[in-house]
Design a protein around this ligand. Structure first.
Ligand code: SAH
Length: 228
């Protein structure tokens, strides 16, 4: 009986501790730095980032920095996730494509905000792990595919918005084609290993408008050998 009580208490303490850290992350790293969209702030108060990063990184999950997620890849710092999410102006009726599933964290944040999320990851180990984790957390409006995101996801296009979380040297044409009229895409573009420009790409009257938003550093956008 005493052991059961102890186990319950320690579980409660752990959950509570992470929730507290998460709320602090939202107020100190996001709201204070200018993230205004209430729904984005609420979503990031909810998503258990510590359950999507590798166990060894759990304690660091709510810190103000990127984290390694295995296979040489990294998950962006929470502020960058918030900024990119806010930039697509998410609403509950939207269908969104993400390229670079990684840990599944960005996909989970989107899943709290929009109707359907499609996300593509080129590294099978990461894609499959994210799929299992998102499923376990109950995010049943996320579809994960393992493959090269360069080609987008034609059978589910067009998309209201596209978020790319790895940096190509140029915007992939298939992604431009799969963006809906009036749609928004956020994408870091630039040379491998250097600072990239985070661009907002809008499709208006069939024309493409690019706006530079900030300087960022993302992992490179890779291509599968079959597509080289
Ligand atoms: N959005 C992720 C962060 C991912 S880091 C998160 O929330 O955790 C970028 C990811 O893009 C890496 O996992 C990398 O393997 C993947 N990636 C790189 N090139 C890709 C491509 N062509 N298609 C799909 N995924 C790609």
């Amino acid at each position: 009986m005493y052991i059961l009580w102890f186990l319950c208490m320690s579980f409660w303490f752990q959950t509570d501790r992470f929730e507290e850290a998460r709320h602090r992350m939202v107020s100190e790293q996001l709201a204070k730095r200018g993230i205004k969209d209430k729904a984005v702030l609420e979503a990031m108060k909810k998503v258990p980032r510590h359950l999507l990063v590798p166990e060894s990184q759990r304690e660091n999950a709510y810190l103000d920095r990127p984290l390694p997620i295995g296979q040489g890849q990294t998950i962006s710092q929470p502020y960058i996730v918030a900024m990119m999410t806010e930039e697509i102006k998410p609403t509950s009726d939207m269908k969104v494509l993400e390229i670079g599933t990684g840990s599944g964290y960005q996909a989970a944040v989107l899943a709290e905000l929009v109707d359907q999320v499609f996300t593509i990851e080129i590294v099978p180990e990461l894609g499959n792990k994210a799929k299992a984790d998102l499923n376990e957390l109950g995010y049943d409006n996320v579809n994960v595919k393992v493959g090269d995101g360069y080609e987008g996801w034609p059978s589910n296009a067009p998309f209201d918005a596209i978020i790319v979380t790895a940096a190509p040297e140029e915007i992939p044409q298939p992604l431009i084609d799969q963006l809906k009229e009036g749609g928004r895409m956020v994408i870091p573009v630039g040379p491998v290993g250097k600072t990239q420009e985070l661009l907002l790409v809008e499709k208006k009257d069939g024309e493409i408008h690019r706006t530079k938003k900030s300087l960022v550093r993302f992992v490179p956008f890779t291509r599968s050998p079959a597509d080289d």
